[in-house]
Design a protein around this ligand. Structure first.
Ligand code: NAD
Ligand code: UDX
Length: 463
């Protein structure tokens, strides 16, 4: 089967049509009409959804970008072999989760999908290709890939590059259209530098050349892990201080503002929370930890591992505060989780702190109601073992009827504008709010009658 029928300047393929492959390739196709872009996946349901207006992931602005290019120079297919065969450049954005078995279980990256892809590439190729690592991978993966791919007996040359993706979910399209930087790492050989120029050329269609950073392939691979580790470290740092604030009557919001105005520190990623979630931070830090251990750098490993430990502590601490402040029992109390996604503007719930909070509250025999504008299907799946006992209700007003407590898990904008007087009137008394994102107007909630428990600020209680 010929997927890319027309004569395009360049034929790009992407293996993996997930949160990264889908939006990234949609933007490349939309910005480069003379390139054809084919995204393939083994997941038939996902591909079928990419070919409808009911896309498999929720991301603001994504549908418009897809519609602009789909059928013109953007194609979604399950024919992985055809896409490999027909592409000059192949991006690989398959999942690289934490290994759950064998050596390195719980920390190392599980590279089985990546390696399977490499073997498919060898089988289906009949011409030289540039292979681009889009997935986040351990440093030196390109070396292993290079060895696997170039051990082929067809005389084909594969040049392996690293072009890690820095998009954040919820702002993926904005991040892709206006990236702070694009990183392209290659070997510094003749073929490596030529391939590097080809990838840079794709991005210069819409990204200023000054924002495209080129480096050696190992620096590119490592930079991605390090960027996520540093971002997560900031959240763990401020979350550690939120615990101290709760003991000392300092206000973490004020502390965060005061330190963030120092240019050397900066104000971003200093929002205290119930904990960070998402498919990247924990997995990438643990991967970094594993690599450091592998090289015998035990102190370095333990330094980075503490970022994850602090996050686990913050989530546990949140549930403990809930139980203790509700007279040390939540048994049979109706508790509403406002939000289940790991952050706002996405339906993704991978590693969402809400999963842990929900399970802990179920252990305490609470009656749970989960509310979220986009993530209820994923929430149902995450909590499938308990699903029969949990109510899933999109409408926060219906969800809070007869509830003893609300707990904000996700910073959805609409939660700030809820009519809390109406909600309070329909709740059991005393009514509690636990704001895991510090997004609500706590003073006002207290005046309405709620007992309010923010993160890192003195609680406001009527007792
Ligand atoms: P995902 O699970 O949403 O998508 C991966 C897709 O790859 C799946 O649809 C899966 O079916 C497909 N796949 C797996 N093996 C395949 C094979 N052999 N052939 C064809 N398709 C195959 O994952 P994601 O969130 O898109 O992440 C992909 C990579 O990008 C990961 O390495 C991740 O760390 C990295 N990354 C993710 C984000 C993010 O915000 N999600 C941001 C930057 C980087
Ligand atoms: C992250 C990186 O930001 C992105 O560059 C990388 O490509 C993929 O991983 P993502 O996981 O999609 O992106 O979302 P991000 O905005 O980083 O948020 C991660 C978690 O941290 C969320 O749970 C978020 O709510 C939390 N967070 C973020 C905080 O708790 N406080 C903050 O100040 C910022």
């Amino acid at each position: 089967m010929l997927l890319q029928k027309q004569d395009f300047k360049k034929r790009i393929g992407c293996i993996g049509a997930g949160y990264v492959g889908g939006p990234t390739m949609a933007v490349i196709a939309a910005q480069c009409p003379d390139y054809s872009v084919t995204v393939v996946d083994i997941n038939e349901k996902r591909i079928a959804a990419w070919n409808t207006d009911n896309l498999p992931i929720y991301e603001p602005g994504l549908l418009d970008v897809v519609k602009k290019a789909r059928g013109r120079n953007l194609f979604f297919s399950t024919d992985v072999n055809a896409a490999i065969r027909e592409s000059d450049v192949l991006f690989v954005s398959v999942n690289t989760p934490t290994k759950t078995f064998g050596e390195g279980a719980g920390k190392a990256a599980d590279l089985q999908y990546w390696e399977e892809t490499a073997r498919n590439i060898i089988k289906a190729s009949n011409s030289d290709k540039i292979i681009v690592e889009k997935s986040t991978l351990p440093v030196r993966t390109a070396d292993a890939m290079d060895r696997i791919l170039n051990a082929n007996d067809k005389g084909i040359h594969f040049e392996v590059l690293s072009n890690p993706e820095f998009l954040a979910e919820g702002t993926a399209i904005e991040d892709l259209l206006h990236p702070e930087r694009v990183l392209v790492g290659s070997r510094e050989t003749e073929t490596g530098l030529k391939a590097r120029r080809e990838i840079v050329d794709i991005y210069t269609n819409w990204v200023d050349r000054s924002k495209i950073i080129t480096s050696n392939v190992w620096s590119a691979e490592l930079s991605k892990l390090v960027a996520n580790a540093f971002l997560a470290q900031r959240i763990s740092s401020i979350n550690s201080i939120s615990a101290l604030c709760e003991k000392t009557e300092a206000d973490v919001g004020e502390v965060s503002y005061a330190i963030g105005t120092d240019k050397r520190i900066g104000s971003k990623f200093l929002n205290p929370s119930v904990g960070f979630g998402g498919s990247c931070f924990k997995k990438d830090i643990l991967n970094l930890v594993y690599i450091c251990e592998h090289y015998g750098l035990h102190e370095v490993a333990s330094y980075w591992e503490s970022v994850v430990r602090m996050n686990d502590y913050q989530i546990r601490r949140f549930v403990l505060t809930m139980v203790q402040s509700m007279f040390s029992t939540v048994s049979r109390k109706r508790i509403v989780l406002l939000g289940f996604a790991f952050k706002a503007d996405t339906g993704d719930t991978r590693e969402s702190p809400a999963i842990y909070v929900a399970k802990k509250l179920m252990d305490e025999q609470a009656r749970l109601v989960i509310s979220d504008p986009q993530a209820l299907d994923n929430a149902r799946h995450d909590l499938r073992e308990h699903a029969a006992k949990i109510e899933f209700e999109k409408d926060p007003y219906k969800a809070s009827r007869g509830a003893h407590a609300l707990a904000v898990m996700t910073e959805w904008k609409e939660y700030k504008d809820l009519d809390f007087e109406k909600i309070f009137a329909a709740m059991e008394k005393p009514a509690f709010v636990f704001d895991g994102r510090n997004i609500l107007d706590h003073r006002r909630l207290f005046e309405i009658g709620f007992n309010v428990y923010p993160i890192g600020k003195p609680p406001m209680s009527h007792f």
